[in-house]
Design a protein around this ligand. Structure first.
Ligand code: HEM
Length: 505
């Protein structure tokens, strides 16, 4: 009762304020509106950014928010816009590489993720690397960077991939080719990625890539917890989730249960791992063993590995799903991919790290795919102090500063007139090597001190999967229409990617 009363009050506030905004938009031209516009323009034109305050426009464009933002950013002389959303901090959205460099590197210290972001994921990710700033982040980053650079981790990853591809992925595809059945490749790749990231991060096999079974409880709980956490940020009325959490109702209650399950599973794994390590006198190469060997306490290790599961799970599967779809519409490019695989490894033998390193064309295809369909579509920081971006946009303490990977990949100013075309050759130099492109123009893996830690691992994994699948099979989409790109914490293809599989001639 009290809850619904409060909700009604909040909704009423929301409506009143939308009316406030909409009246100025709907009743124009009238004197009051012109006056208001003049006042507003002193704030907006001084740094030449369009300022979006109208909830009606938001409502009208809610199904195409990504493209709407991209259009607004392309029209803005400085590729920066300012957004006001009821109850949310003033938000600066930019697709300007100079601003991105400033945010991610030059003034990194003033633009942490900040409490408004870390609060959203805090119940789920705790104090893991993905969700902390400052000293807590720095300690974990140092430790994890050291582990990610080791040759032994790279070898361990390739071993895990070989096992998962040969013993699970390929038999599933062979079976589908034999029976002529339809497979949802997105689901297959998500399950594949969950097995892989669990083996690499925890040294445990969740047996997720078994399509005859529902996803294991850890994977299912992980999915719902990340989805509900993402929905906290996307809700039309900001921070209502806090009220629901306090009352332990609705999705917030579900989140609590899912997080309990994830924590319980990982705690159990830590216990088992410690016992195993006690007996074997050492870990097995996975990240959990490495973090435990470094002497970190259980809770910190738990949060760290959950961050790795989160970061490494759906990102690679999303990137490969979109690439497979793009290739089905570009068979000539697909043939170039297959030619490269055969040139690098023509006897169909095991793929090694050195083979993967030579696959420049596949890397170019992957970069092109994530340019157009980035697994993380935008990323936000919160200003610790007042600041000014290189394009002159003022930032006030507490403002949200968002760089927009999706829009940046589709900006004519950055990629030219053919920006919407899938053209992997734009990434290659005259010798067929992948060109260096500024990470601030292409921040799909973020950039600067907080650049994605798993970038190299992600490319190893994605190349391994693309090469192993395409050298053996052809994919034929069941639907001919353009799939819908849905941004959540990690973007995905609505309705999955249903294909028939054929053995490659
Ligand atoms: C196509 C694949 C991937 C993409 C596009 C990607 C992208 C990103 C992005 C945009 C961030 C910054 C997110 C933020 O700060 O909110 C990030 C951070 C991170 N990524 Fe990735 N990622 C990918 C794969 C992976 C993989 C396979 C791992 C391995 C486990 C991984 C580990 C991490 C970690 C640990 C961070 C946090 C780094 C920090 O805060 O210092 N990522 N990634």
């Amino acid at each position: 009762m009290i809850f619904s009363l409060l909700l009604s009050l909040i909704t009423l506030g929301f409506l009143i304020s939308s009316l406030k905004y909409s009246s100025s938009q709907l009743l124009y031209p009238n004197k009051l509106y012109i006056k208001l516009k003049k006042i507003a323009s002193t704030f907006t034109t001084s740094y030449a950014c369009p300022s979006i305050t109208c909830l009606i426009s938001f409502y009208k464009n809610r199904h195409r928010l990504l493209n709407w933002y991209t259009e607004l950013l392309s029209q803005s002389a400085k590729q920066t816009i300012v957004v006001h959303r009821l109850g949310a901090p003033r938000t600066i959205v930019t697709a300007n590489p100079d601003n991105v460099e400033y945010i991610l590197k030059t003034n990194f210290a003033n633009l942490p993720k900040g409490k408004p972001f870390t609060e959203l994921l805090g119940d789920f990710l705790g104090l893991g690397i993905f969700n902390v700033d400052g000293e807590m982040w720095s300690i974990q980053r140092k430790l994890a960077s050291h582990e990610f650079c080791t040759k032994s981790l790279r070898e361990f990853v390739v071993k895990v991939l070989e096992d998962e591809v040969e013993n699970r992925l390929v038999p599933i595809l062979e079976n589908a080719a034999e029976n002529g059945s339809v497979l949802d490749m997105q689901e297959v790749l998500r399950r594949f990625a969950f097995d892989t990231i669990c083996k690499v991060s925890l040294g445990m096999d969740p047996f997720c890539l078994d399509l005859s079974q529902p996803p294991p409880p850890l994977a299912a709980a992980f999915d719902s917890a990340s989805q509900i956490s993402a929905m906290r940020g996307a809700a039309p009325i900001f921070a209502v989730w806090k009220l629901k959490r306090a009352l332990n109702v609705g999705l917030e209650k579900d989140l609590k249960d899912e997080v309990k399950l994830v924590h319980g599973c990982v705690d159990e794994m830590i216990k088992t791992k410690k016992e195993m390590m006690g007996k074997n006198n050492g870990g097995e190469g996975d990240l959990l063993s490495r973090f435990l060997e470094a002497g970190l306490d259980n809770e910190m290790v738990r949060d760290m590995v959950i961050s790795f599961l989160m970061a490494g799970r759906d990102t690679t599967s999303a990137a490969v799903t979109w690439l497979f779809w793009l290739l089905t519409g570009h068979r000539r490019i697909e043939k170039q991919v297959v030619d490269e695989i055969l040139a690098v490894n023509n006897d169909g033998g095991k793929l090694g790290f050195e083979d993967l390193k030579e696959m420049n064309f596949i890397k170019a295809c992957l970069c092109e795919s994530v340019r157009l369909y980035p697994p993380v579509v935008w990323d936000s920081k919160h200003a610790a102090k007042d600041d000014i971006l290189p394009d002159g946009t003022p930032v006030y303490r507490g403002n949200r500063v968002t760089y927009f990977q999706y829009g940046m990949g589709r900006m004519e100013a950055l990629w030219g007139k053919d920006r919407l075309e899938f053209r992997p050759d734009r990434w290659l130099d005259e010798n067929g090597m992948v060109k260096m492109v500024s990470p601030y123009k292409f921040p799909v893996f973020q950039a600067g001190p907080r650049v994605c830690l798993g970038k190299e691992m992600a490319f190893i994994q994605m190349k391994y999967v693309v090469a192993s699948v395409l050298r053996r099979f052809e994919l034929e989409p069941v639907r001919s229409e353009q799939p819908v790109f849905v941004p959540l914490l990690t973007a995905y293809m609505a309705g999955g990617f249903n294909v028939r599989i054929r053995r490659r001639g």
